[in-house]
Design a protein around this ligand. Sequence first.
Ligand code: BG6
Length: 510
Amino acid sequence: MAETIIANPKAANTGAVSLPAGSIIVVLGASGDLAKKKTYPALFGLYRYGLMPKDIKIVGYARTKMSEEDYHKRISQYIKLPNETVETQLKEFIAMCTYVSGQYDQDEGFQSLTAHMKEIEGSKKECHRLFYMALPPNVFTTVAQHIKRNCYPESGSARIIIEKPFGHDLASSRELQASLQPIWTEDEIFRIDHYLGKEMVKNILILRFGNEFFGASWNKNHISSVQITFKEKFGTEGRGGYFDQFGIIRDVMQNHLLQVLTMIAMERPVSFSAEDIRDEKVRVLKAMPIIDPKNVVIGQYDKSPDGTKPAYTDDDTVPKGSRCPTFAAIVLHINNDRWDGVPFILKAGKALDSAKVEVRVQFKDVTSGIFKDIPRNELVIRIQPDESVYLKMNTKMPGLTTKTSVTELDLTYNRRFSDLKIPEAYEALILDAINGDHSNFVRDDELDASWKIFTPLLHYLDENTDIVPAPYPYGSRGPAFLDDFLASYGYAREGVGMYQWPVTHANGNL
Ligand code: BG6
């Protein structure tokens, strides 16, 4: 079992300032789902691998009144304990975690939180506090205001980590920004898009700019289309109430998939510093015109063919007759020299046939003449599961033949890096926030630019009640016309049925 995480000694060369020993991390919304499933396991992961500053303390804050014992049980619920060493580490970690309960809209609770933090900090002259807001969007602004008013250290520093949704369109996102900005500086805010913490997403810039042959062919002259696919096997089961207000486009496309697209399409940054990277990301977003509804298809899942899996609208938490899309395919364009005319296809859906997230860069056809029907090259970056990069290429079939065969250059992480642990996205991002490194967080102008691209489409879909998503069976590949839609943008679904990846040997092992 891979046990080592490789990490930079500290935020070197970035100009970022790390939280010093003895800082406090406050998890707001500590009794909620996000905190127990993601935040605390990530904090524990960082502690386990020795990546936390020394003597850090973690304080949970939420409305629920509970004993420290209950709090400890709750936050360790999702932490896996493969052996005794980890059990001992968990005990040490739990001893660092305390809890304060209070309301989100009253000063008293936040004042008790500050009193508790002061007790921990003792006679320290400078106090450093990181506030992680694992909170529903409706209390977001008010909590940020209360923290600033009641919990901001008199001397030292404070940072807040905030989670999506950052509004539901351009206007509401700007409103949210406007309510945060007078009280928190951009430097203090860390907007999480957890896809930016995923190992393979972080690898995109290295693959592109660290390999001359990719760099040389990474443009409209050689690339026919780029497809970014997000598939989940499960529907909204029980979470439909939340999902219905957003739909798949707001839930994963305007943020996670657009972030991946930006990394694929941006120009080479001057350096790996946060601002240089984010400047290039904003530049490419600004070159993207708003989405034309003609370039969009939407779907909603129906019952599975055998009737065992429910339709989206069978979920009790979903309003009857909802038109909310659970599937969408959207084609975007980038009006710059590098990408003019290349379709970037974002595809995302719930209740599909498989669970994966991948980028598929399809190259152009080789010049015809000597070959007949030779498939195109494809570079696939598989973000999850089973992180890997593989390049589909043509070779001669071995033997006394000139037949060609599709094969691949294959970098599958669990084979090549079998002794290294791939950090969880939240571990990577919380560590960045501790280190003060903004590179993998969303800047305000980046958020604004991304909403500008999507908002007209979202309003068009919201307002035109005659547009209904096409039904697709639970567990299928999506609406039936999907392949024709993709083909109309030049995407060739090559070798279906004959090409299999990863290769399975006769003994069934990879
Ligand atoms: C979240 C969405 O942001 O990302 C969920 O709200 C989605 O609907 C999730 O399931 C996917 O994240 P991951 O890391 O499981 O791919």
